[in-house]
Design a protein around this ligand. Structure first.
Ligand SMILES: Cc1cc2nc3c(=O)[nH]c(=O)nc-3n(C[C@H](O)[C@H](O)[C@H](O)COP(=O)(O)OP(=O)(O)OC[C@H]3O[C@@H](n4cnc5c(N)ncnc54)[C@H](O)[C@@H]3O)c2cc1C
Ligand code: SF4
Length: 431
């Protein structure tokens, strides 16, 4: 049989054929994750659980998620779903609705009371400081390995910023409570109203073999704004915390929220729900450079918040908030113009981010704090042997943009303690 023309063509002769140059290439086997899985901060095996869900095998699909992430119902609501941004299907028409399926599976588990079992007891004891998602996720994985875990938290209820930051209208508390209860039922001991002032002393007192620190970032960042008059100055963290504690927030009348991030949107939308007369969000950046996700900005605007971009609050006189006009500068940082305007307010809320409170680590030699965050190695261990850290208190990993999500840091902690889900730790080797 005559061989096909293309194969018989001599190497180097393709240009004569006037169909462009041809090359021969040898395929190279590369072991990579699918884009969604690669982008997921929890390292979930998305393609596997989607397949199971599609087959109607919901409990198996949920258990597959639980191999990596003990909070599907929570993440199915508040995760910014970088998996969907990475989804190849998005370049064709629309990304697969991964986040919605995760939420459905999480809710199925709560409805049917599916449970997870702890591992065979090892006799080892681990202290965790902080019952936010970082501490709780670490506790869950440690219990699956059979270690005894005690979590200490300063607040009256577990959940960290999931409870005392994210408003209820975005994360219903019955879902959060159910997923925390499931972890407790595995034998995790959570000591509430128990602030740890000295990590070393607490570790020695409890005779723990290792410690995992997940203190989060609790201290609100503030800028000095001269205030002359009656305008009340608040910060976002305290306002949202008071909402959860059902204490008066101070949000009333005309509210100006200062900041361009998601937390600013949460405060603005909370103020609207509390009946504030007029709610504005003042951001120093241009809209396209605001750290808030565009859908959060749009939702705040749809609910009635006014967005004022490229303005910096300089001072408050009487009820007048003096704004300096800014222009986009080199890079993305805006520059002042020396031109001013004013808006009226009764309350100004600063929503400019949070810092880590490192006081409780003062006595621990080896723990390095650089630019406000605790430094950890590839195994998430600090410079103090046996003391690990994760969540918001450690720096964001230098990873591709789709993976640089806030939530990545706390879910990364699920794979951070030696012996925990090694497969997934390996996946994050490049961090
Ligand atoms: C308003 C707001 C909205 C957010 N929305 C989203 C969102 O929609 N999606 C998303 O993915 N992320 C969101 N985030 C970010 C997310 O909540 C955090 O990344 C995450 O909660 C960090 O988890 P963590 O466990 O590191 O810390 P945290 O959640 O801050 O928990 C730390 C815990 O440690 C305790 N603690 C601190 N110091 C001590 C001590 N010395 N002794 C004892 N206990 C201590 C605290 O009481 C707290 O319970 C939001 C954050 C905020 C503030
Ligand atoms: S945790 Fe977030 S990124 Fe991972 S699968 Fe769920 S929605 Fe996607």
């Amino acid at each position: 049989m005559k061989a096909p023309f293309a194969i018989t063509l001599d190497v180097g002769s393709s240009l004569l054929n006037k169909t462009g140059s041809w090359r021969t290439q040898r395929p190279l086997y590369v072991d990579r994750l699918p884009p969604c899985n690669h982008a997921c901060p929890a390292g979930e095996n998305i393609q596997r659980w989607l397949y199971l869900a599609e087959e109607g095998r919901y409990e198996e699909a949920w258990r597959q998620i639980m191999d990596d992430n003990p909070f599907p119902a929570v993440m199915g609501r508040v995760c910014y779903h970088p998996c969907e941004s990475a989804c190849n299907r998005g370049q064709l028409d629309e990304a697969v609705g991964i986040n919605a399926v995760e939420r459905f599976l999480g809710d199925q588990a709560i409805k049917h009371e599916w449970r997870m079992n702890p591992g065979k007891e090892t006799g080892k004891r681990v202290m965790i400081v902080g019952a936010g998602p970082g501490g709780l996720a670490a506790a869950y994985h440690l219990r699956r390995l059979g270690h005894h875990v005690t979590i200490y938290d300063a607040w009256p209820q577990a959940g960290g910023m999931l409870r005392y930051g994210i408003p209820r209208y975005r994360l219903p508390r019955e879902k959060l409570n159910a997923e925390i209860l499931r972890i407790q039922e595995m034998g995790v001991d959570i000591q509430l109203n128990s602030p740890v002032d000295d990590i070393l002393a607490a570790g020695n007192e409890g005779n723990f073999s290792a410690a995992f620190l997940a203190l989060g970032a609790q201290l609100p960042k503030r800028v000095e704004i001269p205030v002359e008059g009656k305008v009340v100055m608040l910060d976002a963290v305290s306002v949202l915390r008071k909402m959860e504690l059902e204490e008066p927030t101070g949000l009333r009348g005309r509210v100006v929220v200062y900041g361009g991030g998601n937390t600013a949107m949460d405060v603005a939308r909370t103020a609207i729900r509390l009946g504030a007369r007029d709610v504005s969000v003042v951001a120093i950046e241009a809209q396209e450079h605001m750290p808030a996700h565009i859908f959060e900005v749009n939702e705040a605007r749809e609910e009635g918040a006014t967005l004022i971009c490229l303005r910096a609050i300089r001072e408050v006189r009487g009820n007048e908030v003096i704004l300096e006009k800014m222009v986009p500068g080199e890079g993305r940082w805006p520059q002042p113009t020396g031109q001013f305007e004013s808006i009226e307010a009764d309350v100004v809320v600063q929503a400019l981010g949070q810092n880590v409170d490192t006081v409780s680590m003062d006595g621990v030699s080896g723990i390095a704090v650089v630019e406000g965050t605790v430094q950890v190695g590839a195994d998430m261990q600090t410079g103090a042997p046996g003391v690990f850290a994760g969540g918001d208190m450690i720096p964001i990993c230098e990873v591709p943009p789709t993976r640089r999500q806030t939530n990545r840091r706390w879910l990364l902690s699920t794979c951070s303690i030696p012996g925990i889900t090694p497969t997934h730790r390996e996946r994050f080797d490049r961090c």
